[in-house]
Design a protein around this ligand. Structure first.
Ligand SMILES: [Cu+2]
Length: 163
């Protein structure tokens, strides 16, 4: 079940109608873990934008099965996706001694700030640590994202926690 809703930017306005369409579309998606897709769009010779540039995340919906950002770059330039305040989970296999002479393989996750380079025509997937999105006080928080390679000409956006 996908749990992320996105607004659609139309002339700078988010309308109730476009929100309803976006919510219905996500409700119909049957993927088990939530995915939020971002795609680079070209604005001009120099400019670019991450679409959507406003995302509304309902934290009351189950995020236990994980949240993945899917970052698509269909352009011929390298771009980056940096989110302030959110972390990527990097799986790490370690060995743990459960009793003398007996080791088991354990999967743990290291956290690192979300800062992903997306080469031309490639798609990257980022497993997001959802803890900051599920805290009781998460409602109303927002997390800005941008491309650090083109600070001034690549428009970023904001992820809002709506509940
Ligand atoms: Cu860029």
């Amino acid at each position: 079940m996908t749990t992320v809703a996105q607004g659609v930017r139309l002339g700078g306005l988010i309308t109730a109608a476009t929100m309803a369409v976006a919510l219905a579309w996500f409700a119909a998606d049957s993927a088990s873990a939530a995915e939020q897709r971002f795609i680079v769009g070209e604005l001009s010779k120099e400019g670019a934008i991450w679409h959507p540039n406003m995302v509304f995340l309902d934290s009351s919906v189950n995020l236990k099965e994980g949240l993945t950002f899917v970052l698509e770059n269909p352009t011929d330039r390298v771009h980056s996706f940096v989110v302030e305040g959110l972390y990527e989970e990097i799986p790490v296999k370690t060995k743990e001694t459960v009793e003398p002479g007996v080791e088991v393989e354990v999967m743990t996750y290291q956290l690192r700030p979300i800062r992903v380079i997306v080469p031309p025509t490639e798609t990257k997937r980022v497993r997001v640590n959802t803890a900051p999105l599920e805290k009781p006080y998460a409602m109303g928080q927002h997390f800005k994202f941008h491309c650090h390679l083109h600070e001034n000409v690549h428009l970023g956006g904001v992820i809002f926690v709506t509940r």
